[in-house]
Design a protein around this ligand. Structure first.
Ligand code: NAD
Ligand code: TYD
Length: 354
């Protein structure tokens, strides 16, 4: 069986990927994660007894550590999920985004390239470095613009998007210059189990359950494309197995929604599952000061991965959202474990002055 070095596997998408990879026996997994505020090892508690899953706490920017792990575990692939990932935090303090997303990815590329160069020729041919990125690198769309294609220009607007764009460029350059076997995926907004409640969907669910205001930036008409996280994980594995070296693949849910509509749908689900006698959850909706530089719309043209690799999103948004809300209702211990004092401080910092 293959071994994959996954970075950032204690975060939202990485944890979903690892759980799926171990369940489906895709590969043995070595998980390197720094354990920032966004991580949660409880997400991976089901793998505690799994002899083919290894966890190492550490930074992708630690060249020595990454070199050691590559030599020790001899992976056939590296999948780089590790990143600072929240736009609002990148606006308030961009430093960590530069450090992890750009400098960290650079060190990870350096160590991985050196490891790959020492492999035997058949193992070199098998090896892949898959970089997980975002549609936000393409900038913002107007209402009637066509969705992002892989050859759209990079026009990032937030420090987060700019740092991810930089890392994508480094990955591209390592393929072009050194022949290093890279792949990049650019995905739209994910939702599902284990997402840290600073992002719109889990924040809305948790605030609504606590009877707190549901903050909507601006007029709530900004549009995002939403993909159920497990479908993203399938697409990642497919690109790893069958993607053409050096190429990028856009991944999306064919599911554009305004933020207001997303929040209203969550409220309707909660009215059904946890009805309140004295109020409807939508009465908690509160329009607040907009995010600076707030991108208007993201939409993905995923015809490349669909035509070339046969991947299509199948989950219907209403059923995916229902499953997600149910997951947060059924996992109150996980939810409580992430609501630390540093989380409360973040909520204060981001929302108090809005
Ligand atoms: P997340 O913030 O939930 O998790 C990130 C993980 O990376 C955390 O476990 C954190 O501890 C770890 N990490 C951070 N800095 C690190 C470092 N220097 N070294 C090692 N580990 C480090 O993020 P996510 O939502 O799971 O996103 C994963 C990847 O997918 C990111 O690269 C993100 O840009 C990309 N992406 C996310 C979305 C989305 O909607 N969440 C959409 C498209 C692309
Ligand atoms: P978010 O989940 O932070 O993802 P991203 O900024 O990467 O798209 O935000 C999704 C959308 O929801 C985005 O348009 C900003 C908006 N939003 C709110 O309206 N209120 C909030 O409290 C948050 C966190 C986001």
């Amino acid at each position: 069986m293959q071994t994959i070095l996954v970075t950032g596997g204690a975060g939202f998408i990485g944890a979903n990927f690892i759980l799926k990879a171990r369940k489906a026996q895709w590969a043995n997994i070595v998980n390197l994660d720094k354990l920032t505020y966004a991580s949660n090892l409880q997400s991976l508690v089901d793998l505690q007894e799994d002899p083919n899953y290894y966890f190492i706490q550490g930074d992708i920017g630690n060249l020595e550590l990454v070199r050691y792990l590559l030599d020790q575990y001899q992976p056939n692939a590296v999948i780089n999920f590790a990143a600072e990932s929240h736009v609002d935090r990148s606006i308030l303090s961009p430093q960590n985004f530069i450090q992890t997303n750009i400098v960290g990815t650079f060190h990870l590329l350096e160590a991985s390239k050196a490891y790959w160069q020492k492999l035997t020729s058949p193992k070199q041919e098998q090896f892949r470095f898959l970089h997980i990125s975002t549609d936000e690198v393409y900038g913002s769309l107007n209402p009637n613009d066509p969705p992002f294609k892989e050859d759209n220009p990079y026009l990032p607007n937030s420090p987060y998007a700019a740092s991810k764009a930089s890392s994508d460029h480094l990955v591209r350059a390592y393929h072009h210059t050194y022949g290093f076997p890279t792949l990049t995926t650019n995905c739209s907004n994910n939702y599902g189990p284990f997402q840290f409640p600073e992002k719109l969907i889990p924040l809305t669910i948790i605030n609504a359950l606590n009877g707190k205001p549901l903050p909507i930036y601006g007029n709530g008409q900004n549009v995002r494309d939403w993909l159920y996280v497990k479908e993203h994980c399938d697409a990642i594995y497919l690109v790893l197995k069958e993607g053409i070296i050096g190429e990028a693949y856009n991944i999306g849910g064919l599911n554009e929604q305004t933020n207001l509509s997303v929040v209203e749908k969550i409220c309707t689900i909660l009215d059904e599952l946890v009805p309140k006698s004295d109020f409807r959850h939508s009465s908690l909706i509160s329009f607040v000061k907009d995010r600076p530089g707030h991108d208007w719309r993201y939409a993905i043209d995923s015809s490349k991965i669909s035509n070339n690799l046969g991947w299509q999103p199948k989950e219907n948004f209403d059923s995916g959202l229902l499953k997600t809300v149910q997951w947060y209702l059924n996992n109150s211990a996980w939810v409580e474990s992430v609501q630390t004092s540093s989380y409360q401080n973040w909520i204060k910092q981001n929302y108090e002055k809005r």
